[in-house]
Design a protein around this ligand. Sequence first.
Ligand code: HEC
Length: 450
Amino acid sequence: MNNTHKFLGIAVATLLAATVQAQHTEPVVTYNGEAGRIINENCVVCHREGGIGPMQFESYEQVRPWAPLIQFKVANREMPPYAYDQGIGIQDLQGDWRLQQADIDTLVAWVNQGAPLGDPDSPLLAPELGDPSEWNFVAELGAPDLVIASIPIDIPADGNDIWDNHYVPSGVTADRCIKAIQVKPRGEAKSVVHHANSSIEVFNEEGELERHSQLTEYAMGKWGELVPADVCRTLPSNSMVRWGIHMFPGGLGSIAPGTVIEDNVVEIGLWLHPLGYEKEVGYSQDLRQYSIQFERSEREVKLVIPPNGYQMTQGFHSFDHPVRIDSFQPHGHLRLVAASLEIFHPTTGEIEAISQISNWSATWHHSHLYEPDVAPLLPEGDVLVLKQWYDNTAANPNNPDPDQWVVGGSRTADEMTHAWIAVTHLDDEGYEKLLAERKEKLTRAVAGND
Ligand code: HEC
């Protein structure tokens, strides 16, 4: 045992003694202590003046009346809004909003003790955050390099779903690789823009537009997408962006304004790698919609959920080359309650759990981004197994009408069954190289712990 270890040993022993003592008198949790810190770090970003949360948590006076509801939402892992199951599959995600269990326990204990303020002489100040209408990646990446805006659209206060498809130029004059993307409805529009798809089209030799790839996908509550640094997701020169914006007049959820919204504009913020980046990285990544259960053209007629009943869908996809799965985002509407991604390994017969979301809600669409070191690496022939579960009973809090037959379709009242998955396309050499790099990191980590 070297000196550091000896010192650590003594420190641990002292800590243990302190914990044993503390068990007699329950540790006091206060707002000016730990409780406020947890709220400042995890909630204020949305729950503040101009933020997307319906109430503000910037001071003790603002937080105190909500303490019981905060306890309930946090204990049930409904807030922060990031439904992703603990303990199933990959847990290392980028942009993961989930609280640590210890922080949940602290907030619960604080409310049980009457949500006290604590020492009035050392007040806790709300964090200095940027403008709430700012782009989400500003802190890490600065302002976007490129903003592509849709044309303005007026949305009535109520009525049926509206779709708007139109083209705008991408504005790039050389091929570029995308580093990060966020789609942002301006101002009040965030509560009525149900989703906004954008694809890239390029002119062929006849001067006609042809689809090149999916640029990104936005659905209510989505934060953004980060592309791993070792691949190129291409935005080609002189391309056009085709918008497909789906709006729900009046809005969804508790932030719905129920009013006319004029000049609704949806913007895509793009952070780009320097020119020529595609030559530095060997492989390309794309984002695609992977159907669950039915072929796209047939989906609309086959997905049927009976009144006061349930449905479950399954889809299978494999590749004729090795791939890496970089992100996973289920998609459905008001009756979708759970989704999962598994991988079937035909050589061993095993099924591996990758991601599961048992408490899915249509107001929060997250693209779950796997940390690069744990993103699933699939040899040719491995099978993605996608599952989604629908609840059309009154027990589903999002269900507007359990007595309706619900079928596949694009309206908010219809259902969909697919997932958005970002895939890096590899060859055998790239696959072996990534596997070897991971193995080496693991060996080094184990050696480092010795
Ligand atoms: C990404 C933004 C965001 C973050 C982060 C966030 N909230 Fe919320 N919160 C919302 C929105 C939007 C709503 C209203 C819509 C909904 O319920 O989904 C809400 C609703 C709530 C409600 C009221 C629910 C109701 O039934 O009226 C409580 C309580 C709450 N949040 C607490 C918290 C706490 C505590 C945290 C941090 C631990 C937190 N929120 C983090 C956006 C956020």
